[in-house]
Design a protein around this ligand. Sequence first.
Ligand code: ATP
Length: 439
Amino acid sequence: MAELTMDKLVAFAKQRGFVYPGSEIYGGMANSWDYGPLGVELKNNIKAAWWKRFVTSRLDMVGIDAALVMNPKVWEASGHLATFTDPLVECKECHERFRADQIDLAKPCPHCGRKGTFTEAAAFNLMMKTFIGPKDDGSNVAYFRPETAQAIFVNFANVARTERLRLPFGIAQIGKAFRNEITPGNFIFRTREFEQMEIEYFIAPPKSDAAWQTTFEHWLSEMHAWCAEVGIDAKRLHDLDVPKDELAHYSKRTVDIEFDYPFGRKELYGLAYRTDFDLKSHAAASGKDLFYTDPDTKEKFIPHVIEPSLGVDRTFLAVLLSTYDEETVDGETRVVLRLPKHLAPVKVAVLPLSKKEELTNVSLPLAKELARMFRVDHNTSQSIGKRYRQQDEIGTPYCVTVDFDSLEDKKVTVRDRDAMTQERIAIADLPAYLAERFA
Ligand code: ATP
């Protein structure tokens, strides 16, 4: 297959309605992207698969959905207001700003090409600021959350009380996060507004390193199993044990799961052992009791936590990059998105061979019936070959064709996206046939 460059992927994503440039009719807004009709389906399917795998299929997990803007004291206690910074340098000539850890300061400015023009690096806080209510005089400054994690810590006592959970247990959340990134870019890889899927998995204070390491390894393998479930190419994944001197202030060990993007090997997900740092900080700052009481021993303690942190948008990107394929069929290029079936934005396309009413009289009711089960496309335009190709490009696992024989034998042709095989199935059996394949 010809190399899938970012330019090609961005064009494909726009063309097929996965992702559009944000605010495009107003000339766009740098590094903002909107998910289109197919993009929102894929994104929702990713989030639903994650929630199913990590929350509803497990007895030791529950979820929450907290407010985006929280009491600013949360961010004081978590350390974000003081330390959630990136090193910023500015070119004194063109005034372009860069992240000092992402460029070579010995080289010319990537924007204007002048040499030796960078300022000293200064810490730039990434918190996205806003004002709550009608005054904007500084007395009511608030912040959009830069991660979903802190809302989980802040709700720990409530959840532990209402759910009567026994350690170890986890709390999960999916939601938006905001960071005033210095250099967003690479399509949806780094934006200022993005979505996270995070778990805080609470354990008793470990009596030895082995005690937390076992849970850490469990989650690392779970994250890889998740990657396999959503079709992310395992050959492009690499675990990076973050060196001790680069660990965040709260972390005792962090593994970044990196992915080979067309623009290089960069973080996809993170897994961190955050010790009891967060609950301890919030207990101290709020004055509230965030202890857990062991129901058997009545021992009180602050749990430790292991955090698998996954970005929705980077998942979306890695899934597209891993599943986009081109092959030559009968001398022509066939683009096919080899999405795992449960992620496909459209599950089944119902395609009458022609626009003739006698066919749509059959195909339309069939499409409506199937749409009660899952997302269906009903399409009458263009030749059947072209329509198959269009569905291949968006990863639709099955095309169902209604032809003139269907009127007699009450059967339809079911075409498989990957094998391109065709099977004749009785219309009456179709719902069960498809349900079995999506089970
Ligand atoms: P990076 O080093 O790339 O800035 P990070 O280490 O700051 O990432 P975390 O704070 O660990 O990222 O956030 C958890 C996850 O959230 C990341 O693994 C990534 O999937 C996602 N994420 C973080 N920042 C962004 C962003 N600006 N745009 C899109 N996704 C992001």
